[in-house]
Design a protein around this ligand. Structure first.
Ligand code: ZN
Length: 75
């Protein structure tokens, strides 16, 4: 698809790092599948994947985790 940020590049499948901040907890997910702009590097993460990451973040907040780096896994 066409990148909506720079309006010049096209996206291709790749991976990105997503950082979520929730009530004092910071979660970093590495290797998240995304469509990445070949021009500016903007990453577009699928809505279903984003929902899963937010879910994990909520769990982390409840567990009292302050900072955590996780590898994204599809399982
Ligand atoms: Zn772009």
């Amino acid at each position: 698809m066409k990148c909506v940020i720079c309006k010049k590049g096209n996206t291709k499948l790749g991976k990105t790092t997503v950082t979520l901040d929730r009530e004092g907890s910071t979660l970093v997910f590495k290797d998240v599948p995304a469509s990445v702009c070949t021009n500016c590097g903007e990453a577009y993460v699928d809505g279903a994947i984003t929902a899963r990451l937010l879910d994990s973040a909520e769990t982390a907040v409840r567990s009292g985790i302050q900072v955590e780096i996780r590898q994204y896994s599809a399982a």
